[in-house]
Design a protein around this ligand. Structure first.
Ligand SMILES: Nc1ncnc2c1ncn2[C@@H]1O[C@H](COP(=O)(O)OP(=O)(O)OP(=O)(O)O)[C@@H](O)[C@H]1O
Length: 254
């Protein structure tokens, strides 16, 4: 475990996230051929902490995350960061459910990310060592990234996302296929990133994970936000029958 001041030097956003909040989706419509995913979808995230997006399969969670991050363009409506329709993609970072890593070593992947983040060549080795320590990957420095275990790959993806010291971190089911120990390491990192002032938005199906790390939960069902509540309240006392059924593990088809 690194010290608090090291965390801040490593993880605090290069520019505070304050001007990017709320993250907003306004009057979004999105359809694929015959399927309408969103029809006048609205969402506003003003909480500076960790927001979990939950909901059944196909509800629109991943697409909502991608719209917020500016990775998907809606048919109509728009995303806002703060009051601006210009989304500063260089201040956003995204980690996907399935790690996508370069065919290089752990070191090669991180050095590439640090170069892209604009660090000059003399600074990169220092930051590389700090990031490796943060993710407990020092011993795997020279290993091909794609040969790592699922948990190690996901940790590397998270470190790579943090290389640019983003203001907002988007995570799409980052621990979906990981065991409890690997999940705990990722959650510890997410909590520390958030404590340093990075706005975190995470899609998860894991109620335990929401309870452990999220300050609030947004519940999406069939392309609509049905709930937006502090996590304990959502988990104990959701107000809609759909969220109750989802939390009880019932199939939500309609
Ligand atoms: N590129 C695409 N082409 C066609 N349909 C798509 C595309 N991307 C998403 N969809 C559809 O949009 C709907 C919402 O997708 P999304 O990935 O946001 O769901 P989700 O809530 O994240 O689900 P899950 O929990 O299963 O990951 C789904 O019905 C999905 O099949």
């Amino acid at each position: 475990m690194l010290k608090v001041n090291t965390d801040i030097r490593l993880l605090a956003p290069a520019v505070t996230s304050a001007d990017l909040l709320p993250l907003t989706l306004r009057n979004i419509s999105l359809r694929f051929r015959t399927k309408t995913v969103f029809d006048d979808f609205n969402l506003s995230l003003d909480n500076t902490g960790i927001t979990a997006i939950m909901g059944p399969n196909g509800a629109g969670k991943s697409l909502a995350l991608r719209l917020l991050a500016g990775l998907v363009k809606p048919d109509s409506g728009f995303a806002l960061a703060g009051s601006s329709r210009y989304l500063p993609r260089n201040r956003f970072a995204m980690v996907f459910q399935r790690p996508v890593l370069l065919r290089r070593t752990v070191e090669g992947n991180l050095l590439h990310a640090l170069k892209v983040a604009g660090l000059d060549a003399t600074e990169r080795p220092i930051r590389l060592a700090e990031l490796l320590a943060l993710g407990q990957l020092q011993n795997l420095l020279k290993s091909p990234a794609r040969r790592l275990s699922g948990g190690e790959q996901q940790r590397l993806c998270l470190l790579r996302a943090l290389a640019s010291r983003p203001s907002v971190l988007f995570l799409d089911e980052p621990t979906a296929s990981l065991d409890p120990q690997a999940t705990a390491l990722i959650e510890d990192l997410i909590r520390r990133v958030s404590a340093c002032g990075v706005k975190v938005v995470v899609v998860t199906h894991d109620q335990g994970q929401a309870a452990r790390i999220a300050d609030e939960v947004v519940f999406i069902h069939q392309g609509r936000v049905l709930e937006k509540l502090p996590t304990p309240e959502f988990l104990k006392n959701p107000s809609t029958p759909q969220a109750n059924a989802y939390l009880a593990g019932e199939l939500l088809i309609h």
